[in-house]
Design a protein around this ligand. Structure first.
Ligand code: HEM
Length: 262
């Protein structure tokens, strides 16, 4: 009965109701242990480095490469549980930016892509260099950027799970380590591809869809609260209007009609 009411309530709100068994998850555990990314890092920073102000360049080390206009790696390794959409892949490599005849020399290395939930990614890196004010920085494991996985485009195919254009913003720790941009600054979106079977990639899509839904019991509860508040409001309004009808008419200070001339 309660379940029926909850389903009816969800239908009334046009909430997506999970269809159990329609696209069953694979029997075996789904784990992605390899992947790749492409990422421009920050387009305005690259333009500044390669432009006439900094007169600089960038280079890559280890398993990170650069192919205009983006850095990439095909060597992400680790473990991401695709049914829970949680885990971490990392790459041993670096992006080094130099400019102002070596005065600017910043290296971002050991990129770790930490999937905290179907909705959030954190880019953790080591940062070495100086801030814009020449304060030396050498920080390992900086939670540099947060990624909005809910706003990215997900798709499943025989090649695996593709998560395109993950919007990234600078954290407070990232702002402190990089030493120029404020917290909340937008970096280039990152595209991540996880090697897995199509069935497991589809399981990840379902986990993501489920994470974006309001659980039925919460929806039912919200409707009950809404109906209760509506009833209380109706009673209060009815009482107010009855009280208004019963009250004696206020004596009017103004004459009700202009005195007649005749
Ligand atoms: C000789 C020393 C330096 C000079 C003369 C200098 C000069 C400048 C100038 C004029 C800009 C504005 C560029 C524009 O608006 O187009 C700029 C931006 C910037 N500088 Fe420097 N800078 C120096 C050192 C550094 C250092 C050590 C860092 C450390 C990372 C740094 C990081 C940046 C960043 C991140 C920007 C913003 C780029 C963007 O538009 O996204 N600078 N700098």
């Amino acid at each position: 009965m309660i379940a029926a009411l909850a389903l009816a309530a969800a239908a009334a709100l046009a909430l997506p109701v999970p269809v159990i068994g329609a696209n069953a998850a694979p029997a075996d555990a789904c784990t992605a242990e390899a992947g790749s990314f492409t990422w421009g890092f920050k387009e305005s920073f690259r333009a500044y480095i390669s432009g006439s102000i900094a007169n600089g360049e960038w280079s890559t080390e280890g398993d990170i490469g650069y192919d205009t206009p983006a850095f990439f790696s095909d060597d992400l390794a680790g473990s991401i549980d695709l049914q829970g959409v949680k885990g971490e892949l990392s790459v041993d490599g670096a992006m080094r930016f130099t400019g102002h005849e070596g005065i600017l020399d910043t290296t971002i290395s050991t990129v770790r892509l930490v999937v905290e939930s179907p909705e959030q990614l954190v880019v953790v890196v080591d940062v070495r260099g100086t801030t814009q004010d020449f304060v030396p920085i050498d920080s390992a494991g900086v939670r540099f950027l947060t990624g909005d996985l809910a706003a990215a485009q997900w798709s499943a195919s025989g090649d695996g799970l593709l998560i395109e254009s993950i919007p990234l913003t600078l954290t407070a720790d990232g702002a402190e380590a990089f030493g120029t941009y404020p917290e909340g600054e937008t970096f280039d979106p990152l595209t991540l591809e996880l090697a897995t079977t199509e069935a497991c990639a589809t399981a990840a899509l379902e986990a993501r869809a489920a994470a974006g839904q309001i659980p039925l019991f919460v929806a039912g509860g919200l409707i009950a609260v809404g109906v209760g508040l509506g009833a209380l409001l109706a009673v209060a309004l009815r009482r107010r209007s009855r009280a208004g009808q019963a009250a004696p008419a206020e004596p009017s200070a103004e004459p009700s009609a202009a005195p007649s001339d005749d």
